[in-house]
Design a protein around this ligand. Structure first.
Ligand SMILES: NC(=O)c1ccc[n+]([C@@H]2O[C@H](COP(=O)([O-])OP(=O)(O)OC[C@H]3O[C@@H](n4cnc5c(N)ncnc54)[C@H](OP(=O)(O)O)[C@@H]3O)[C@@H](O)[C@H]2O)c1
Length: 239
């Protein structure tokens, strides 16, 4: 049995983050964030006393990072073993029609906030040679109708590459790029994938692949259908 870890997880009110919170709270101590907990997370917290919820808005990156660092100290944690920065948002449509505030939201929530949060987490992660896992998207290389979102994830990929070198030997940095997942994110972005949504992976299956990749620690990995169906994403230990 692995020892209980101190895990920070962002974006837990729905989708992949909620599935990760369910999985990881079976064995570990969690500090989780979103703007609001939502009913499903509220029910989970009632049964799992080792989850602490913190409301932060990643549209305010520095504020979110400092509140999170304060909450880690308030919880009495000297260190963090794993941080999984999963919160994300997007907008879909003709790139030149993307409203400026939606583009700003994507860049703040998906890029500026994870950078600020990573900086704030460094002293806690460094104490135990912890691991920072950044959640990107296979869309980072470019995806029809998701130009601003792709830019935010591509920026995060560049940050991960640099940080991996800077923090080598002190904190391990990895970036995981999920393929399409059956969550509310597409509807929130104003995008209807149509019948093809039936082929998307479930949030529970993606959470399982993320946990196993976080345990193995590859620097960069695409978490796609292909990895799921050929079994590669399901192998190995959990955190
Ligand atoms: N679904 C896919 O097909 C897919 C594919 C590739 C990558 N991803 C990535 O996977 C991650 C999780 O996405 P998901 O599909 O699970 O979407 P989701 O169900 O919409 O969950 C997104 C989470 O991010 C949080 N979030 C959004 N804006 C926030 C803000 N301003 N401040 C704080 N938290 C905020 C949301 O909380 P609130 O309640 O506060 O909104 C929610 O908990 C994202 O990084 C996404 O880019 C998803």
């Amino acid at each position: 049995m692995n020892r209980p870890r101190h895990i920070v997880l962002t974006g837990v009110s729905s989708g992949i983050g909620l599935s990760l919170a369910r999985r990881l709270s079976e064995r570990h101590r969690l500090l989780v964030t979103a703007r609001h907990p939502g009913d499903a997370l509220g029910e989970l917290i009632e049964t799992r006393p080792d989850i602490t919820f913190l409301a932060i808005d990643q549209q305010q990156p520095e504020d979110a990072a400092s509140k999170l660092a304060e909450a880690i100290e308030a919880r009495g944690w000297d260190w963090v073993d794993n941080a999984i920065l999963n919160a994300g948002t997007g907008w879909a449509g003709e790139p030149h029609l993307e409203p400026a505030e939606r583009l700003r939201d994507s860049l703040n929530v998906n890029l500026a906030a994870p950078i600020a949060i990573a900086h704030g987490l460094y002293p806690f992660l460094e104490k135990r040679e912890g691991r920072l896992t950044l959640i990107g998207s296979t869309a980072w290389k470019g995806a029809g109708a998701f130009a601003g979102y792709a830019a935010s994830k591509a920026g995060l990929h560049g940050f991960a590459r640099a940080l991996r070198e800077e923090w080598r030997g002190r904190v391990s940095v990895q970036m995981l790029h999920p393929g399409p997942v059956k969550t509310a994110m597409h509807a929130k972005a104003g995008f209807d994938p149509g019948w093809i949504r039936n082929l998307f992976l479930s949030p529970d299956d993606m959470a399982m692949m993320i946990e196993k990749a976080a345990a193995r620690g590859p620097a960069f990995q695409n978490l796609t259908h292909f990895r799921y169906w050929n079994g590669a994403g399901l192998l190995g230990r959990n955190l």
